[in-house]
Design a protein. Structure first.
Length: 302
């Protein structure tokens, strides 16, 4: 039977098999991202997603000296004693990562944990709360660097961090609300870190909030295409660049009317290009008028 799961989930499943078989014991180092990339012939980003999936399943844990190791204690399957919210969220995230958000329900999570659905209801108020906790858990994976000294660099890094969350978990974007944001720890931490870009700038609170929401919405909106692109790649067996090259071979006369045959567009290039243009536009808001270049330097008036 063909395994239709994304490559990172197949890699995670194989490492979990090695753990279950005793080939990797509690406390043993797990393969690094580079080792995974070499063994399975995948990109570093795919290897990183595989390790993230293992971490959320509870199979591995991070240590300060060694790095990622096999977890000392695995999640019990049929024991409801001591069941914690974090375990429920980990199981739910594993379902969302492997089968998508449509497959997520309290019943499915209960089956994954080997407990009754009623048991979960004692920890969660409703299914909607579970999805909020999932989004927060995804943002909790962010490892924040030292803030960049300039607002533009800081916002660029913030956008990239958010983009990275969505690449690891393509089901997260629909769960992120711009007008009704969830007040959960990791989501708040991301907001506070991003807002540090405005330190030292003479911006009122309304402007700060609108700039922040505009950037978050741009990243979120672009990331809404990640999941559909992944499905298209699975269905066609081709990346967007490979698909474009194949279409060029068939529709060259039409395509050459639109662009140069050598031009390449994929989701990553669209995200990067749009992000820089967004930052260009925000310069008008973020830079005090007295420090801007004279209009004459920007081109003729129209």
């Amino acid at each position: 039977m063909t395994d239709h799961r994304p490559p990172y989930l197949r890699i995670a499943a194989e490492i979990e098999r090695r753990i279950a078989a005793g080939e990797l014991r509690p406390g043993d180092p797990v393969p690094t991202t580079r080792a995974i990339a070499r063994e399975w012939g995948v990109a570093i980003a795919t290897a990183t997603k595989a390790l993230a999936a293992l971490k959320h399943s509870g199979a591995i844990e991070s240590t300060s000296r060694v790095g990622a190791v096999v977890a000392a204690r695995r999640l019990p399957s049929r024991n409801t004693a001591g069941l914690e919210r974090e375990q429920i969220v980990q199981a739910a995230m594993q379902i969302a990562d492997s089968r998508g958000l449509a497959a997520l329900s309290l019943r499915a999570v209960a089956a994954e944990l080997g407990v009754a659905t009623l048991t979960l209801r004692r920890h969660l108020d409703a299914g909607a709360e579970l999805t909020q906790l999932l989004a927060d858990a995804a943002f909790a994976e962010i490892d924040y660097p030292e803030p960049a000294p300039a607002w533009r660099s800081h916002l660029r890094v913030a956008a990239r961090l958010q983009w990275g969350v969505y690449q690891c978990h393509p089901w997260v974007p629909p769960l992120v609300s711009i007008t009704r944001p969830a007040t959960l720890p990791a989501m708040i931490a991301y907001g506070l870190w991003t807002l540090r870009a405005f330190d030292g700038l003479e911006l009122d609170s309304s402007t700060r909030l609108h700039v922040y929401a505009t950037m978050v919405n741009y990243v979120r909106g672009t990331a809404m295409n990640i999941e559909s692109e992944a499905r298209a790649e699975l269905d066609t067996g081709m990346t967007s660049k490979q698909w474009g090259a194949a279409r060029l071979a068939v529709d060259r006369p039409l395509i050459t009317q639109l662009t140069e045959p050598t031009a390449e567009v994929d989701l990553e290039s669209l995200f990067a290009f749009g992000l820089e243009r967004l930052l260009d536009g925000l310069t008008i808001v973020m830079t005090p008028p007295k420090t801007r270049r004279p209009r004459s330097h920007l081109g003729p008036r129209h």
